[in-house]
Design a protein around this ligand. Structure first.
Ligand code: MN
Ligand code: MN
Length: 294
């Protein structure tokens, strides 16, 4: 199990570093997403979730849709979140850059520093609320807020959000990190309210339950999802490529309504504050600690 986590981490980190040169003014978001996803495959990794590119007050769960013509603009604060798996063992890593301006440099640096501090202090036996308290303190001493309703999480094979919720503020949770656990640590900072709400956009979905479906074409699409994406989130754009936009637009609402799929709406800051995020994955194994995505 440990080797696969490490392999996934190496691929994720390589692809993440390579992705940085794509983040230029005028670059197409769809082209960036496609390229980063193709690099994961070229490096013999599986995609654990669609490459998330979330801009400015959007914190997470945004990606390119089929007819996306958005481009990066000067001043955009861009979060790139990448998930790689090897045989279901996941590496989850993210970073933020600001395109050609330095208006939010202080927030980005403080956010990155907060992640570094958590990576140092987190060990088996550490209480989850202590991690949250550290993130909160780092945000506040620099004049920012952590996003309270976004959090890190534990990882298990084929399960991106396994049991643990790793808070970005002191939520009083005295649960301790245990050995033989993989966790993704992801502080989010904002100059806004400190919470996210659902946005209108829904581009990421996940299998929830295998239930009988009547329409043959919809059944085919569900079967394809099960076989290809298994228990991992997938992008509407991937399905469109396979089945065409028409059938996908008919099928997704049916599959959601019937309880087969769940959707992950894009998440944006409640008061439209700018949001930053940095994330690494840590694996604790036989008393050792490995940051797999460094
Ligand atoms: Mn992530
Ligand atoms: Mn994560």
């Amino acid at each position: 199990m440990k080797e696969e986590y490490i392999k996934a981490g190496k691929i994720a980190s390589k692809v993440r570093e390579k992705s940085k040169k794509l983040l230029k003014e005028g670059a197409s978001i769809q082209a960036i997403v496609k390229k980063v996803e193709s690099w994961i495959h070229e490096n013999k990794g599986g995609i654990a979730f669609p490459v998330n590119i979330s801009l400015n007050d959007y914190a997470a769960h945004d990606t390119a849709s089929g007819k996306d013509n958005r481009k990066l603009n000067r001043g955009d604060v861009v979060k790139v979140d990448i998930g790689v798996h090897v045989n279901g063992f996941i590496a989850d890593t993210a970073y933020t850059v600001e395109i050609r301006t330095k208006k939010h440099k202080k927030m980005l640096e403080a956010n990155k520093e907060a992640l570094q501090k958590v990576l140092k202090m987190v060990e088996p036996g550490v209480k989850l609320c202590k991690i949250g308290a550290l993130v909160e303190k780092e945000a506040e001493k620099n004049g920012f807020k952590p996003i309270k309703n976004l959090s890190g999480h534990s990882l298990e094979q084929w399960n991106l959000h396994a049991g643990l919720t790793i808070p970005n503020y002191d939520n009083g949770d005295k649960t301790v990190i245990k050995d033989d656990t993989a966790v993704a640590i992801e502080p989010f900072f904002t100059n806004g309210f400190g919470e996210v709400v659902n946005a209108r956009e829904k581009k990421i979905f996940m299998l929830e339950k295998r239930l009988p479906v009547r329409l043959p074409k919809v059944r085919d699409i569900l079967k394809y999802i099960e076989e290809n994406y298994k228990t991992f989130p997938f992008s509407k754009a991937w399905l469109e490529k396979e089945f065409g936009r028409g059938w996908v637009n008919i099928s997704l609402p049916i599959l959601i309504k019937s309880g087969c799929l769940k959707s992950f709406p894009a998440l944006k800051e409640k008061k439209e504050g700018i949001v930053s995020q940095f994330e690494h994955t840590i694996v604790f194994f036989n008393g050792k600690k490995v940051i797999t995505t460094l």
